[in-house]
Design a protein around this ligand. Structure first.
Ligand SMILES: [Cu+2]
Length: 506
């Protein structure tokens, strides 16, 4: 309906224009062509002056209206250390180009008005003027020189890489259609190597799992950084060109497939401080920047104010496809303590997602940290059992001790746990234990009985080989007679296949 009305209006306007043209034509026939032409020129000249005034006023007014929402102005001062030098370049450039812009616009419209077609007025013919040529060559050249030199200086400062050995937090942002995949180096402070051939659904960045530096790397969904610490961002892309853009920190760098780029910056304002700056009150207790005090949801006046929920953001500044808008990520700048706290909650991508799966090339190896973790867990459980009163609490599952299928051969990684048990036997010389083997209910009961006995015996021999006196160890097999879970599911059967030990003396 609106479209139809708009079309009808346009047709009417066209008809009016044609009619005015016809009337003017008739009038000029009556009054004489020249006089009419002159009047028309004068009118159009005046219109153009009026347009100039309106145009310049609107330009300045709109800039003033939006000033507090623009970067580098009002509350939107740079939140990074290098940013102020870029903002300064913007200021200077705007100052000079602003002067040139206003002068040029005024002259343009003024000349159009002054030299409109008039009877008896002749244009001035000026073939050459050295003075003018010098003026309009030298002035822009000098101004440009200062801007370019100043710009280069700022560029060198902003783009300086970190010195070798300098303390820096290195993180990585990889753009793909349509999101950023973020990676942090974990406790070792080093990002592991990547190989594009390793990229798969489970390994979105193509991390090389045999590289120990990759083991602790984690993939957060938000960027967390401590205030006042130098950060180096390694920027890569997986498909097309993207652009890593942190507007509030004046960081912007292309993400190019096959060619890692980087950016170094130091955040200087925490998210909380920035929010306070946006929501600051003036001397009369009124909001200094009223637009930031508006509710987030215009339809709900009770919703939080805009400044209260402000967050820094990471965006993609390259039009990389139809889902481009989805490449937003929140950036949080926090105090050192909060940052450490957040770090301690992050889980290594490899350990939480890849470890022990088909894709794990280190299946047959236990890492130092895992060995320590298992030892700690074993010792804690044993201490608890030793100090417990009731008999049932004296039986412990010897987890992480496994056998090859239908055989009494220990798997390679079982020895770590068996060594923990041997150490405990040495630590508590009065402790005696009964080792018991258990199977699930698949297969013949006789076979299961025999297998469970052999497996318990195998554990016993291992401990004896480690120097534990045989009199402190008994081995017994229960086959499938003592399930702890349902034998109907694979998970249940897995729980039933186990080795236990019961403390018989301590
Ligand atoms: Cu993009």
């Amino acid at each position: 309906m609106t479209a139809l009305l708009a079309i009808i209006c346009l047709i009417l306007i066209a008809i009016i224009v044609v009619q005015i043209g016809k009337v003017t034509e008739l009038a000029s026939k009556i009054r004489g062509e020249e006089e009419v032409q002159e009047q028309s020129n004068k009118r159009h000249g005046n219109y153009s002056l009026l347009f100039m005034v309106l145009f310049l006023v609107a330009t300045v007014a709109s800039a003033l209206y939006y000033k507090d929402s623009m970067l580098w102005y009002g509350p939107n001062e740079s939140a990074s250390e290098h940013g102020s030098s870029l903002d300064y370049m913007f200021d200077i450039t705007l100052f000079f180009t602003g002067i040139v812009f206003i002068i040029t616009q005024i002259l343009l419209f003024y000349f159009a008005w002054k030299y409109r077609g008039q009877t008896g007025q002749k244009a001035l013919f000026m073939p050459h003027d050295n003075r003018l040529e010098v003026v309009w060559t030298v002035i822009p050249a000098v101004v440009m020189t200062f801007l370019v030199v100043g710009g280069l200086d700022a560029w060198n400062e902003v783009m300086a890489d970190v010195d070798p050995g300098e303390e820096v937090i290195e993180i990585e942002g990889t753009g793909y259609q349509f999101a950023w995949h973020l990676r942090y180096p974990g406790p070792d402070g080093k990002l592991g190597t990547r190989d594009y051939k390793m990229i798969s659904g489970a390994n979105p960045l193509g991390q090389v799992w045999t590289d120990p530096k990759n083991v602790d790397d984690f993939h957060p969904s938000e960027i967390y950084l401590p205030v006042g610490k130098k950060v180096r961002v390694r920027i890569t892309a997986r498909d097309v060109l993207h652009n890593f853009y942190l507007p509030h920190f004046r960081v912007k760098m292309d993400a190019v497939p096959g060619m890692p780029t980087y950016f170094v910056f130091t955040p200087k304002t925490t998210t909380e401080e920035y929010r306070q700056k946006l929501g600051v009150l003036d001397l009369n207790g009124q909001p200094k920047y009223p637009e930031w005090h508006e509710p987030v949801d215009p339809n709900d006046p009770e919703s939080p104010k805009r400044y209260e929920v402000f967050d820094y953001e990471l965006a993609c500044a390259e039009l990389c496809g139809k889902g481009h808008y989805a490449m937003r990520r929140v950036v949080k700048i926090v105090s050192e303590g909060e940052y450490e706290d957040w770090l301690s909650k992050q889980q290594s991508y490899y350990l939480s997602t890849i470890r022990g799966t088909e894709d794990d090339p280190n299946k047959d190896v236990l890492f130092e940290s895992e060995i320590k973790e298992r030892r700690q867990e074993f010792n804690d459980k044993l201490e608890k059992a030793l100090s417990a009163e009731e008999a049932s609490a004296k039986t412990l599952e010897l987890n992480n001790v496994n056998f090859e299928t239908n055989s009494a051969n220990l798997t390679k990684l079982s020895i770590y746990q068996l060594d923990n048990l041997a150490d405990a036997m040495n630590k508590y010389p009065n402790m005696a234990i009964e080792l018991s083997g258990h199977t699930d209910n698949t297969g013949e009961p006789d076979f299961n009985q025999q297998l469970s006995e052999q497996r318990a015996q195998k554990v016993k021999s291992y401990l004896v080989d480690k120097g534990i006196n045989e009199s402190r160890l008994t081995a017994i097999g229960f086959g499938s007679t003592r399930p702890i879970s349902s034998n109907d599911t694979e998970e249940g059967r897995e729980q039933n296949r186990r080795t236990e030990f019961r403390i018989t003396a301590q």
